[in-house]
Design a protein around this ligand. Sequence first.
Ligand code: TYD
Length: 139
Amino acid sequence: MKKYSIFDCHVICFPRHKNRAGNITVVENKQELPFDVQRIYYLYDIPGGEDRGAHAHILLQSVIIAASGSFDVTVNDGYNSKTVQLNRPYYGLHIQPGMWRNLNNFSSGAICLVLASEKYNADDYIRDYDEFKQIIKAV
Ligand code: TYD
């Protein structure tokens, strides 16, 4: 696993086209994104007060977008953490590999859209925080 810090996880502001009623944001591989998208998934119907995430990935990078509503994303590189509120559909938080992430404070009806650099692979997950800390220390 390559070592990244929370300072490598940036909010990307995607372009907005305001040409008619409403807006369009377009996101293309090799244009607005730092990786090629292999998979898209989205979280919705998240009950108030619930958290998601609570894991890290070994290889996978992602960009997390509040397609609707808002929520907070906390990234933790094993040494430092930061919390970013996503509240507009034209912002995406780029999460590098090796980041423990937590998502919470979902507004009612929020939709969390995730653009992922890899296909689903259960072996790429680190789901235990103590194990995560050990792996980070060893890198
Ligand atoms: P998980 O990634 O743990 O969700 P979160 O981190 O948002 O809480 O995924 C929840 C479940 O969905 C888990 O059992 C695996 C399954 N899943 C897939 O089968 N394919 C996928 O692409 C994803 C993201 C999850």
